[in-house]
Design a protein around this ligand. Structure first.
Ligand SMILES: N[C@@H](CCC(=O)N[C@@H](CS)C(=O)NCC(=O)O)C(=O)O
Length: 235
């Protein structure tokens, strides 16, 4: 019986953890946390992640929360062959850490706000949509500058730094209607990563019964709901 339990939902932060587990070939149990029902705010869950968000992980008695911390924990402990990580203490490890934090502090929060204003807000704010869409695209340009000079974010090897940003970019053509071909190196990198079998498996955790077309339809409906509102910004 595997000691690892992943508490997750099929979101960009959630799949960072499941793709990492799949890449490492680790056995793990999945506990589905449907975030639309706020299970993640219940007392039992807050003992695993006091921040009340997914993903979170238990490895025996050890809790780990924050997707970046989960990725580092798993590779530090289980990636002795350095399949998807660089060894601590090396210059490449520092580069990997830097790009991982770039995703955690930049792409995740900014694109998360773009998703909120463009898809889920209760009032329409053209200012909010523009601010966070522009910032998301600016961050993609930073990825582009790196991927023009290096095949992967931390260097010559695919690592958790790539998994972290890939997990946020993979779906944006469908969700936010962002055409990734504006950034050719990013576009190529996304295309390569999505072919990996471990990525395909990890991106479908917890398993969803919705087809890609049904998922696209949900995003179209979400955008149409915002578009139908009157802009609420004060002028
Ligand atoms: N910085 C956290 C962010 C986690 C996060 O925002 N998770 C979202 C799903 S992608 C969530 O749980 N949302 C539900 C909520 O905010 O209650 C991480 O990287 O793990």
């Amino acid at each position: 019986m595997s000691p690892i339990t992943l508490y997750t939902w099929q979101t960009p932060n959630g799949i960072k953890a499941s793709i990492t587990l799949e890449e490492l070939g680790l056995q793990y149990k999945v506990e589905s946390i449907d975030i639309s029902t706020n299970v993640q705010k219940e007392d039992w869950f807050l003992k695993i992640n006091p921040n009340g968000r997914i993903p979170a992980l238990l490895d025996g008695g050890q809790r780990v929360f924050e997707s970046g911390a989960i990725m580092l924990y798993l590779t530090d402990k289980y990636d002795q062959d350095r399949k998807i990580s660089y060894a601590p203490g090396t210059p490449e490890y520092v580069e990997q850490l830097s790009w991982l934090m770039f995703q955690m502090g930049g792409i995740g929060p900014m694109q998360g706000q773009a998703n909120h204003f463009r898809l889920y807000a209760s009032a329409r704010s053209d200012y909010g949509i523009k601010r966070y869409m522009d910032e998301t695209k600016r961050l993609y340009s930073v990825l582009e500058s790196r991927l023009k000079e290096s095949p992967y974010l931390a260097g010559d090897k695919y690592t958790i730094a790539d998994i972290a940003s890939y997990s946020w970019l993979r779906n944006v053509p469908v969700s936010l209607e962002i055409d990734l071909s504006q950034w050719p190196a990013v576009h190529k990198w996304v295309g390569e990563i999505e072919k990996r079998e471990a990525v395909k498996r990890g991106a479908d955790v917890p398993k969803s019964s919705a087809t890609p077309e049904q998922k696209a339809e949900r995003y179209r409906n979400a955008r149409a709901r915002i578009d139908a509102m009157t802009n609420s910004d004060k002028h």
